[in-house]
Design a protein around this ligand. Structure first.
Ligand SMILES: *[C@@H]1O[C@H](CO)[C@@H](O)[C@H](O)[C@H]1NC(C)=O
Ligand SMILES: *[C@@H]1O[C@H](CO)[C@@H](O)[C@H](O)[C@H]1NC(C)=O
Ligand SMILES: *[C@@H]1O[C@H](CO)[C@@H](O)[C@H](O)[C@H]1NC(C)=O
Length: 474
């Protein structure tokens, strides 16, 4: 018999992730983990994303309630946009305008739902939520889907709540901030920051009225606890700094929330035909020989970047599986490229089941944009990382991997971000087959224990969170 946590009290927890697939999924995994322990979940999102991203396992349907709230219309935002995938990067701020308009609907839900929620677990974008939940008398957990290193780099809420975190230029993000007391190289590169503050073709930067920095600051400041999707064993020095010096409030890691291969989420994802076709190709490749290339769904490569990357993959001489996401991108590839590499390379323009691909024994390395979700998935199978960060937190994640000797970064010009096909080929070969890369490959394999599907570790992390929520909740 399992020990009963908190005298068997049953919690009602409301979840409200930011409207991006990469946020909805980990929030839902946390929801399932809590529901498996008998707690009740109300999961709020927009209708289409709920119906398409989420599937509740049969035996948890009585514990997880999906709460669809339609997104209000906002000028310049495509009327059917509901998630960050539907909106170009530069218009993300408009999605935040729409999100902010949800405030009264969420308030009305929180005030009226029975039983009264004990906790709300929310994301960084809904900066108005903590204050509202406090007024209603609901405890508040800000759920950070970023590494502790990234959160430490962002800094304390007092700094974040100064407009733009007291950092006024892109250069300010390229130096180690004052509040990090130990020497380290974990900073952004200039070109990564200029990409973050990119404007659209007409020069609009679509301000939502509240900066992301302010959103982070208010979300952290107004929380009772900060829940982190990371594990202490991976970045102990950064957790220590966050807990003891930066936040000075409870920070509760829940582990990386790995997915198990028999999870419904994966079954839902593997549109059988596409997987069978991919599997068929992977089965024909040698063990640990393929580099899987996928640069995320949000950032889009420029034509020049796509061409350089393609030539680099061609020069590296290794088998590759490259997910390009959009058919239109095929036109950007160099003339004759597809033909020249057809014996050993696949360029895949449909949606690809990433976890299944990464789990295949033919795959050895992952050329990635360094989104935290992707890193977690790759290290869960011990795959070595070749890093090519594009935007958001990715640059910092890339530096953290470098620091932990888990990845090989494709060198780029710090100011312009330009790079060469030779450097792509060299980095890929170093990581995949080079003698000097052996240590990085070995380290990545060692990470399987921390990032893989490990029931006992995940279980302990979840129990710890539940214990906290029961004892310290309202
Ligand atoms: C729910 O079903 C899964 C298999 O689909 C099983 O592994 C799990 O233990 C079940 N959980 C509960 C709470 O019954
Ligand atoms: C979320 O909703 C939007 C439509 O609003 C859709 O384009 C996107 O694909 C959805 N996500 C998933 C995984 O279905
Ligand atoms: C597998 O490795 C062998 C020996 O190194 C090589 O001759 C063969 O071409 C490889 N197969 C593929 C599909 O790359």
């Amino acid at each position: 018999m399992e020990e009963e946590i908190g005298g068997g009290k049953i919690l009602h927890v409301v979840m409200f992730p930011w409207l991006a697939i990469g946020h909805i999924r980990p929030f839902f995994r946390l929801s399932k983990s809590l529901a498996k322990k008998g707690h009740k979940i109300s999961f709020i999102s927009t209708p289409r994303n709920l119906s398409r991203i989420i599937r509740i396992p049969q035996n948890l349907t009585h514990l997880i309630n999906l709460i669809p709230i339609p997104l209000p219309e906002v000028p310049n935002l495509p009327p059917d946009a509901e998630s960050s995938m539907d909106v170009p990067h530069v218009k993300q701020q408009l999605l935040k305008v729409a999100l902010d308009l949800l405030e009264p609907f969420i308030r009305s839900f929180l005030e009226n739902v029975k039983p009264k929620p004990d906790w709300i677990v929310y994301d960084y974008a809904s900066h108005w939520l903590p204050q509202m939940a406090m007024e209603i008398g609901i405890s508040r957990g800000y759920f950070s889907l970023f590494t502790a290193a990234f959160m430490a780099f962002l800094g304390p809420p007092s700094i974040l709540m100064i407009q733009k975190g007291g950092r006024s230029t892109a250069e300010d993000y390229t130096v180690v901030p004052d509040w990090i007391p130990f020497p380290n190289k974990i900073t952004f590169r200039l070109h990564e920051m200029t990409k973050n503050i990119e404007k659209d073709a007409e020069g609009n930067d679509y301000n939502s009225g509240t900066s992301d920095s302010m959103r982070f600051g208010l979300s952290i400041e107004g929380s009772d606890i900060v829940i982190c999707r990371s594990c202490i064993e991976f970045e102990p020095e950064w957790f220590d700094l966050l807990i003891n010096q930066i936040y000075k409030k409870p920070v509760i890691p829940v582990g990386v929330l790995p997915i198990s291969m028999d999870d419904d989420e994966l079954l839902l994802e593997s549109n059988e035909n596409s997987w069978l076709e991919i599997q068929d190709w992977l089965d024909k490749q040698n063990h640990s020989s393929v580099v899987y290339v996928a640069l995320g769904t949000e950032a889009i490569l420029s034509k020049e970047e796509a061409q350089t990357l393609a030539l680099g993959l061609e020069k590296c001489g290794l088998p590759f599986f490259w997910v390009l996401n959009r058919n239109s991108l095929l036109e950007m590839l160099p003339d004759g490229f597809l033909d020249r590499v057809k014996e050993r390379g696949i360029v895949y323009t449909k949606w690809a089941p990433q976890i299944k691909i990464l789990s295949h024994p033919a795959v050895e390395g992952f050329l990635t944009h360094c989104g935290w979700n992707s890193i977690i998935e790759a290290l869960g199978f011990g795959r070595v990382l070749i890093t090519f960060p594009m935007m958001n937190d990715q640059g910092l994640n890339c530096r953290l991997l470098e620091d932990k000797k888990l990845g090989v970064e494709i060198p780029r010009n710090e100011k312009t971000g330009s790079f060469t096909s030779d450097s792509v080929a060299e980095s890929v070969r170093l990581a995949m087959v080079g003698e000097e890369g052996k240590i990085v490959r070995d380290n990545a394999k060692d990470m399987k224990g921390l990032f893989g599907d490990n029931n006992e570790r995940s279980n302990n992390y979840i129990d710890n969170l539940i214990r906290y929520m029961i004892n310290k909740g309202r």
